[in-house]
Design a protein around this ligand. Structure first.
Ligand code: GAL
Length: 663
């Protein structure tokens, strides 16, 4: 889609006097900026009163951008309805589970199922597209902003009615719904659609399947807001791609479903740089974004040039960290590096959020780093047609995430993403590219698949995972997987019932551990590892035991098993291992799957992008010490434009991008 690496950020010229704009354009050119996201929160300025439009200022900005070689990612401004619209139609406001109305004065104050809001949003999107369609700077559509941020559900009467319609489409009749929702429990049987309400505040936990369907419905409701606008934009400007900016592991919306409606995936990510492992969190987000459209290039739409303003204490990015994080995204498939925002605001809630042009102006570290990066990226345009290739997949599913984290479980501390991250961390440390995949995706090109805590799994996905193993794949499942169907109803017959034959085991009983409790395991090669959080009573049918518990009433019983199934092998882990144990297991899995891991000095990340003839090795030194990396043969280091032979020297917090012919 883009033959250049995109570089820029959110540009909010409407917050500034026009006298600043020319300086902005000049500085953008100086920093190598070639794309800005414009007008994201400009509704009140574009439509100052109902039906009265002012596009003149926008034209002046777009002309200026064009004259300076900067293209425009034009936003529909629908993330923040103007005060006049709320005054005119207060019914657009969202309502919480407690029945409280949320007002304007911030942003994102709209109900996704308000037909009034939707009509106004469609209208402003239409007028904007009609107006800007012929502008030569128009390059990309940015629909709304971070759908679901601050507000991902609304419990008003319109949403209640829409929920009933959505349920009727899913279940056709109430018998089906009553069965799926297990309404025989607690006298919840429904006789009329009109009896059904959203999971509003209730005396005790609301029916879990009702909540699960509510999450599906809320994701679909906001998705409809997006697709409605995307359709308008595609009709008016068929050649301009459409995106909406995601928030990586954002729980509320099923991004697998959403990404299908985007022309390019874009992501906003603000890892906490006070966390020494921020780069692992960031890498995992990048890999998810690349995976949402099966490896197609994506855009890092927003990151902070340095600190954010919305944590309790806001750590700046230390010198070099912004550059490292940016190259990490490129290494993991991004074809664009953008920021929030171009110029740090003078007023408003985000005035202490860093900007590419800080309050102090260009005599600043942040500006120098921004400028350096933008100019460096110009040398990497050739890699826009390349991709990242992964041998390892992690099965990740939003519906499972929702169901797993509903209340009333053996342990409500079982949160999916931190536990996925614990496995991901070991893959990261082995410099392995990881794709995230849906449970029903074709896995045949992966040597190894991990499916952490796949609690909810439908029949098609069960068959898919079994097929993968039967045809030669290596698959790890762990505790509390294969437990319920898509309606959150337990699959009977010994957990994890649908995978019993594949795993060669069955689980009789869960033994979750309390916070202060732990256990340990001994492996078949006589290693000992601590484990915590969970254990269970596993019975062997035809699997071999790779590790056993040492303590508690599960002592001597299996904790980790391996089973040949068809041409492949499945593993089952019944507990949570400390890092050392996961590392041991990952070595085992990689050996089983014949995966070549790549060793690198501590703190160094290696990642490769490739096209048909060339490959680009990214070496990122997140550590504070200079280091050397052995290289196979000769390549060209692109950032310093020099030949490297056999070895690469990386300064502390340094980056290298080495291009070599593909063998
Ligand atoms: C994002 C949002 C931006 C800005 C930024 C600050 O979530 O899209 O508009 O608020 O956060 O970090």
């Amino acid at each position: 889609m883009f033959s250049q690496i995109q570089y820029g950020g959110d540009y909010n010229p409407d917050q500034w006097d026009e006298s600043v704009w020319l300086e902005d354009a000049r500085l953008m050119r100086e920093a190598g900026v070639n794309l800005v996201s414009l007008g994201i929160f400009s509704w009140a300025k574009l439509e100052p009163a109902s039906g009265q439009y002012d596009f003149a200022w926008l034209d002046r900005v777009m002309d200026l951008m064009h004259a300076h070689g900067v293209r425009v990612d034009l936003a529909t401004p629908t993330a923040s309805p103007p005060p006049w619209l709320v005054k005119q139609s207060p019914e657009i406001l969202p309502v919480t589970a407690d029945g409280v109305t949320l007002w304007h004065g911030a942003r994102r104050h709209y109900c996704p199922n308000s037909s009034v809001y939707r009509a106004h949003a469609a209208r402003i999107a239409t007028r904007l597209a009609e107006h800007a369609r012929a502008h030569p700077a128009l390059t990309l559509w940015h629909v709304d902003n971070e759908y679901g941020d601050h507000l991902a559900e609304c419990f008003c009467e319109r949403c209640t009615a829409a929920f009933r319609v959505w349920l009727e489409a899913r279940y056709q009749n109430l018998d089906n719904l009553n069965r799926a929702w297990s309404t025989a429990f607690w006298s919840q049987h429904y006789r009329e659609w009109a009896e059904i309400i959203p999971p509003r505040r209730a005396p005790a936990s609301v029916n879990p399947t009702q909540k699960l369907d509510w999450q599906r419905f809320c994701s679909d409701s906001f998705l409809a807001c997006f697709t409605e606008q995307a359709k308008i934009l595609r009709e008016l400007t068929p050649n301009i791609p459409v995106t909406t900016n995601f928030m990586h592991f954002f729980k509320s919306f099923d991004y697998w479903k959403w990404a299908a409606y985007e022309d390019i995936v874009s992501n906003d990510h603000y890892p906490d740089h006070s966390d020494p492992e921020w780069m692992i969190t960031a890498a995992m987000a990048c890999d998810l974004m690349r995976s949402l459209k099966q490896g197609e290039p994506w855009l890092l739409m927003e990151q902070a040039p340095s600190a954010v303003n919305w944590r309790g204490r806001n750590a700046p990015k230390r010198p070099g960290e912004m550059r490292l994080g940016s190259y990490q995204a490129v290494a993991r498939g991004a074809n664009g590096i953008m920021f929030f925002q171009w110029r740090a605001s003078q007023g408003g809630d985000e005035k202490f959020h860093s900007g590419m042009v800080p309050h102090v102006g260009t005599n600043s570290r942040i500006w120098r780093e921004v400028k350096q990066l933008g100019n460096e990226l110009r040398t990497l345009d050739a890699l826009t047609s390349s991709r990242v290739y992964a041998d390892v997949a992690i099965v990740f599913d939003w519906e499972n995430w929702w169901a797993l984290e509903l209340e009333s479980k053996p342990s409500t501390d079982l949160k999916l993403v931190p536990r996925v991250r614990a496995f991901y961390r070991e893959l990261y440390r082995r410099n392995l590219a990881v794709d995230f995949v849906r449970p029903d995706a074709d896995l045949s090109r992966y040597r190894l698949a991990l499916a952490p805590h796949l609690y909810l799994v439908n029949d098609a996905s069960v068959e898919n995972l079994k097929r993968y193993v039967a045809q030669g794949g290596v698959l790890l499942l762990n505790f509390f997987s294969g437990i319920v169907d898509e309606n959150d109803r337990v699959r009977l017959g010994g957990y994890p019932a649908p995978f019993r034959d594949m795993l060669g085991i069955w689980v009789e009983e869960f033994v979750p551990l309390m916070k202060e409790e732990s256990n340990s395991i001994v492996t078949d090669d006589e290693e000992n590892f601590a484990c915590a959080f969970w254990s269970e009573v596993i019975h062997i049918e035809s699997a071999e035991v790779l590790a056993r518990y040492l303590d508690d009433f599960v002592a001597d019983q299996p904790a980790l098993t391996r089973h040949q199934f068809g041409k492949g092998v499945s593993y089952y882990l019944g507990t949570e291992l400390e890092h050392g144990g996961i590392a041991w297991l990952m070595d085992r899995l990689c050996a089983e799957a014949k995966i070549q891991t790549r060793a690198a000095p501590r703190g160094v990340e290696l990642m490769t992008r490739a096209d048909d003839t060339r490959q680009w090795l990214f070496a990122l030194n997140f550590s504070d010490v200079e280091t050397e990396i052995p290289l196979d043969g000769i390549g060209i280091e692109l950032l310093e434009n020099k030949t490297v032979n056999g070895q690469l020297n990386l300064p502390a917090r340094g980056v290298a991008v080495v291009m070599v012919p593909r063998t």
